[in-house]
Design a protein around this ligand. Structure first.
Ligand code: GDP
Length: 413
């Protein structure tokens, strides 16, 4: 694998899906807060993190209106693609689901599974988008983590893999038991730089429940994996690394949905959730080659996630920026896209000239000379391209219009 393709293994293109009010915006903002300050950790004096947070709050407009936002977490690139939750935007949600590789479903820990989550979940089933779950708002009166997990089974036909159980609920929600490491993470809360939790022993009154759920975890995982099943039945012990690898494989194959929890609003649980995104959700390399047809509209064609393939991409959103004018958001599936180059809009059979290429971050945009497979960027200068159009290399046209994600190919990092 070429080095630049290998870098793709560290990319996570994700969407955050939720019923309105479950906490999608808050969760996204907390992710941007933590990922935005990581490069400053250790350099700043006390209080600077709070300053950063306030600056980011002021940038809210950009954060929320940008169709795709890039951030970094522990050596990985996380690209958050906006997936509208509202039911009127169903078509738009479907389009974003073809653009993202994995998703985090955010639940209100009081309301549990709500109608819009059901809709989006079904669309994600249709496109085979691997998903994990974050049960939010555990600090709220009436929060019930286990009821929410049960609703995932009953209402979504999901296979939740509970990786954490809460320590306390409502006003007493102070942390979680991490069932892989068998340790307690207790939230530090509020705007903190560095880690948002402390590692402690499992509280004595939760040891039995933790053992019970650790067993359930192994049982659920064993059902997706013959080798683990044999060892589980033999009473073998498992190390954390091999469990993580098996969970990743099963998540990408759509066999289960890892579940973590907390309260985004109080900065509780967002960092372990980001760890789970990196550990369990797919990179562009884990997704099978996208399928399309040649310009005859019939001959099947494929584009692999590699820079050595001809360029292909999908325009998934058009936005008007007050400084830059019309911006077309493009998910690149294969090859390289250079600023100033000519491409074909194969859906409309038109040539297009690529203007400037921008990488959108939470609080800034960065001009790039080119972009590669797996990237999600905004392009200036496209005149005729509309949402859903395929852009490709004029020498090797392909139409991705009819693209779906077939059964994923597993590639464990
Ligand atoms: P969205 O509609 O899914 O984007 O939801 P928001 O992020 O805007 O959150 C809806 C409301 O719930 C806001 O008033 C948030 O402050 C609040 N909220 C979000 N997360 C939490 C949480 O963990 N605990 C509590 N108590 N409130 C929360």
């Amino acid at each position: 694998m070429a080095a630049v393709d290998a870098a793709l293994a560290k990319v996570r293109n994700i969407g955050i899906m939720a019923h309105i009010d479950a906490g999608k915006t808050t969760t996204t903002e907390r992710i941007l807060f933590y990922t935005g300050i990581t490069y400053k950790i250790g350099e700043v004096h006390e209080g600077a993190a709070v300053m950063d947070w306030m600056e980011q709050e002021q940038e809210r407009g950009i954060t929320i209106t940008s169709a795709a936002t890039k951030c970094e977490w522990k050596g990985h690139v996380i690209q958050i693609i906006d997936t509208p939750g509202h039911v009127d935007f169903t078509v738009e949600v479907e389009r974003s689901l073809r653009v993202l590789d994995g998703a985090v479903a955010v639940y209100d820990g009081v309301a549990g599974v709500e109608p819009q989550t059901e809709n989006v979940w079904r669309q994600a089933d249709k496109y085979n988008v691997p998903r994990m779950c974050f049960v939010n708002k555990l600090d709220r009166t009436g929060a019930d983590f286990f009821r929410c997990v049960q609703m995932m089974v009953e209402r979504l036909n999901a296979t939740p893999l509970v990786l954490q159980i809460p320590i306390g609920l409502e006003g007493d929600h102070i942390g979680v038991v991490d069932l892989l490491e068998m340790r307690a993470l207790t939230w530090r809360g509020e705007t903190q730089k560095g880690e948002d939790y402390a590692i402690e022993e499992i509280p004595a009154d939760l040891v039995d429940q933790a053992n019970e759920y650790r067993d359930k975890l192994l049982e659920t995982l064993a059902e997706t994996d013959d080798e683990i099943m044999v060892r589980y039945l033999d009473g073998d012990t498992f190390d954390v690394k091999e469990l993580k690898t098996a969970i990743r494989r099963a998540t990408i194959a759509g066999k289960l949905n890892p579940v973590v929890c907390g309260s985004a609003f109080k900065n509780k649980g967002v960092q372990p959730m980001l760890d789970a995104v990196v550990d369990y959700l797919p990179s562009p390399l884990d997704i099978p080659a996208v399928e399309g047809v040649a310009t005859d509209g019939e001959t099947p064609m494929q584009r692999k996630p590699s820079n050595s393939e001809p360029f292909s991409g999908l325009a998934f959103k058009i936005q008007t920026d007050k400084h830059l004018g019309k911006l077309t958001y493009v998910r690149i599936y294969s090859g390289t896209l250079d600023s100033g180059s000519q491409v074909v809009n194969s859906t409309k059979d038109r040539k297009e000239r690529i203007g400037k290429i921008y990488q959108m971050h939470a609080n800034k945009r960065e001009e790039r000379p080119s972009a590669q497979a797996g990237d999600i960027i905004a392009v200036q200068g496209l005149k005729q391209t509309t949402t859903g159009d395929t852009l490709c290399d004029p020498a090797s046209p392909v139409i991705l219009e009819s693209m779906t994600f077939p059964e994923p190919v597993i590639q464990v990092a």
